[in-house]
Unconditional design. Structure first.
Ligand code: FAD
Ligand code: EPU
Length: 344
């Protein structure tokens, strides 16, 4: 007999912010580590495909899932110590990311303010090394704890083990995010005692100037980021979406220089390794897809990188629009766009 916290045939529509309908063969809400241990040892679940689910804000459901969805709902957050340079704070995987960032600020541990309002859970944040407005969790993650469903053991990953880089990590590089090998249980962050505001992202400076703020507090920076985000990113509760639908392409400096020669307005972001990140939203806007619909989906009118579900969309609609946008960007700029969310 399967543990009674596993339910058969679950509807996933409310579990993905893009609002696609699909079902899972089995579904379990995980609130304790003991539940995971029971699953790892269960003879009827050997060979069963698993998928860890957070809040489904980076997910494209391609159809019904023939396996077990583990909705990671472990809770808890706490101060975990300090040294000369850092405060250490920890949060369990099922904590809401934004609530956690605001809790750190309220308790006097700044650092995560630029990452305010990113949807999803703490446990999902390392998977694609969430980032926004000049910060990434790579800058703050100290270590994480994960449960290995194949061995039933707990493994600790240091920041270096996680191999965090733009929108990726060891979990994506090894395909564990799709094979469901590791359930992240909790993440430990180190937040600097000598805090410095990160105002380098152009729009932040402009907003602070309008508000007449020269030396922002962490809370003021968080408010600024929240305002910017609300102005252009659609709220999934009102207009279903999965955030940026494509990654910003990272190309060789020579190619970026050639492109900006022809298209002087193209925003470019030089990277530490000499490559250059391009703004996919700008490329999409220039092809004319910003604010345009195809079937039941469209590219958002305030942010061309965000694919939105206008109501009742199916995976085929998403595929058709994504293909059309990719082809248009390739035809105009010779650049291949890669999707950003996880396709399940
Ligand atoms: P899910 O979508 O449920 O899952 C994402 C991946 O994480 C899956 O592979 C899943 O298996 C894995 N996962 C989830 N929990 C665990 C766990 N405990 N253990 C192991 N694996 C797990 N992202 C950014 O980086 N920057 C942004 O600015 C940003 N803005 C967004 C704005 C909007 C409006 C939306 C809808 C999304 C945005 N995103 C952004 C994407 C999204 O917020 C992040 O990817 C977030 O980390 C997803 O969290 P989630 O809990 O919803 O994960
Ligand atoms: N732009 C346009 N037209 C558009 C959209 C953007 O010209 O329709 C231009 C902007 O004017 C700006 C540049 O492109 O010059 C960058 O735009 P923005 O600051 O909005 O950020 P982005 O590059 O489109 C990335 C992340 C976001 C993150 C923001 C802020 C990716 C794939 N996306 O978007 O993350 O919030 O930067 O840091 O890297 C997500 O991952 O889901 C996400 C929303």
């Amino acid at each position: 007999m399967l543990p009674d916290f596993i339910v058969p045939k679950a509807n996933l529509t409310a579990h993905n912010t893009l609002g696609l309908s699909a079902s899972a063969e089995r579904f379990a809400r995980i609130e304790t580590r003991e539940q995971l241990a029971a699953l790892a040892q269960h003879p009827d679940l050997i060979g069963q495909r698993c998928f860890m689910l957070g809040e489904g804000s980076n997910l494209v459901l391609t159809g019904d899932f023939p396996g077990l969805i583990l909705k990671m709902a472990l809770k808890g957050r706490a101060w975990a110590g300090e040294d000369d340079d850092f405060h250490y704070v920890t949060a369990a995987a099922g904590e809401n990311w934004h609530d956690f960032t605001q809790w750190t600020l309220q308790n006097g541990y700044p650092g995560l303010e630029n990452l305010s309002l990113i949807p999803g859970t703490v446990g999902a944040a390392p998977i694609q090394n969430i980032g926004a407005y000049g910060a990434e969790i790579k800058d703050f993650l100290h270590e994480l704890e994960a449960f290995d469903l194949t061995s039933g053991e707990i493994r600790h990953f240091s920041a270096a083990d996680c191999k965090l880089a733009y929108r990726t990590s060891i979990f994506k590089q090894e395909g564990w995010h799709l094979s469901g090998r590791y359930a992240i249980l909790r993440v430990l962050f180190r937040l600097p005692k000598r805090w410095q505001p990160r105002t380098g992202y152009g729009e932040i400076e402009a907003h602070l100037e309008v508000r007449g703020i020269q030396s922002p507090t962490p809370q003021q920076l968080a408010e600024t980021v929240i305002r910017i985000r609300r102005a252009k990113l659609p709220d999934p509760a009102k207009l279903p979406n999965a955030g940026s639908f494509f990654q910003n392409p990272v190309v060789a400096a020579e190619l970026a220089a050639a492109l900006t020669g022809v298209h002087p307005g193209l925003p470019v972001y030089p990277q530490a390794d000499g490559k250059v990140k391009l703004a996919a939203g700008w490329l999409i806007e220039k092809t004319g897809w910003k604010g345009r619909n195809l079937g039941a989906v469209g590219m958002h009118e305030a942010q061309a990188l965000v694919l939105v579900n206008r109501g009742g969309a199916r995976f085929a609609d998403v595929q058709n629009l994504a293909r059309a946008v990719r082809e248009a960007v390739f035809a105009r700029f010779g650049i291949h766009l890669e999707p950003e969310p996880i396709f399940l």
